[in-house]
Design a binder for this molecule. Structure first.
Ligand code: NDP
Ligand code: 8X3
Length: 254
């Protein structure tokens, strides 16, 4: 029987690339997200490319009831989840603290922190019953250093860092691995979302250097699942070669 991975935010970016990477390595995949048309498209693609099984769960991670309903009503043959990738997330806006929009902040807190916690709490009983599993939380370099106008996005990613540490300690007794992967700048739909459809501003983020791709991150996420049962990567920061951390990126001028 193939192993099973559940990926949140599989309709785009890292989540979609992870789905393709795990499918190519014979995992059966539970893909989740809000955009049903994309979930259907990606399901067709994965089946065509890799011939594995795909199960679609359409929900908003901010909706606690929807999250628990979706996971609790999984068919029996989808309940042995080996890997959970908590990837769904977003930044909204890049403004000074006093000028930033409170609704944007609440959406980031509800998605990046509370959503991650809901999905984890829903999936954990299945992993504990199975006496195995790995939870991979997608943090960010923004969870390691706070940068100007990053305020609440950085705060939610620092919270992901802290929650990952807390999970790792409390789940030791169940033998569940907890891995936090913290990427730097990667060219996905992330900046289009952050700048609310201003694609010129989004494009500027990646000018003058070669950022990570979604595939770079997916390859690394997959690698963390290939280690022997007694080995766990706890915390991993991955940036493109031009980036040192949140503050330093070497950009070519002109
Ligand atoms: P994308 O915008 O390309 O993908 C984001 C994914 O999250 C989409 O599949 C989206 O699905 C899903 N999502 C967002 N909000 C919700 C929600 N409320 N409920 C369910 N799903 C949701 O961005 P990335 O792939 O770049 O981002 C993935 C993760 O990586 C995020 O947590 C982000 O913070 C983090 N990250 C990104 C970096 C980057 O530079 N790109 C760097 C470091 C970390 P849908 O809209 O269909 O619901
Ligand atoms: C996304 C990377 O630098 O925009 O988490 O915070 S950054």
């Amino acid at each position: 029987m193939n192993k099973i991975v559940l990926i949140t935010g599989a309709t785009s970016g890292f989540g979609k690339a992870c789905a393709q990477k795990f499918a190519a390595n014979n995992y059966d995949i539970i893909i989740t997200g809000r955009r049903k048309d994309r979930l259907d498209e990606i399901s067709d693609l994965l089946i065509k490319e890799s011939g594995i099984r795909v199960h679609i769960l359409e929900f908003d991670v901010q909706d606690k009831t929807a999250v628990f309903n979706a996971v609790n009503t999984l068919p029996e043959d989808w309940k042995k989840i080996d890997v959970l990738i908590n990837n769904a997330g977003l930044a909204l806006g890049r403004d000074y603290f006093d000028e930033a929009n409170l609704d944007d902040w609440e959406t980031m807190i509800d998605t990046n922190l509370k959503g991650l916690v809901y999905v984890s709490k829903a999936v954990l009983p299945l992993m504990i019953t199975n006496k195995r599993g790995q939870i991979i939380n997608i943090g960010s370099t923004a969870g390691k250093e706070v940068y100007e106008k990053g305020n609440m996005y950085c705060a939610t990613k620092h919270a992901v860092d802290a929650v990952s540490k807390a999970m790792r300690i409390d789940l030791l007794q169940h033998g569940i691995k907890v891995t936090a992967v913290h990427p730097g700048a990667a060219d996905t739909e992330f900046s289009n979302v952050r700048f609310k459809g201003n694609n010129d501003l989004a494009k500027k983020v990646y000018e003058g250097y070669q950022p990570l791709t979604a595939e770079d991150v997916a390859d690394t996420v997959f690698y963390t699942t290939t280690l022997p049962p007694h080995v766990c990567i706890n915390d991993l920061v991955i940036t493109c070669t031009a980036q040192a951390n949140s503050f330093y990126t070497f950009k070519k001028q002109g």
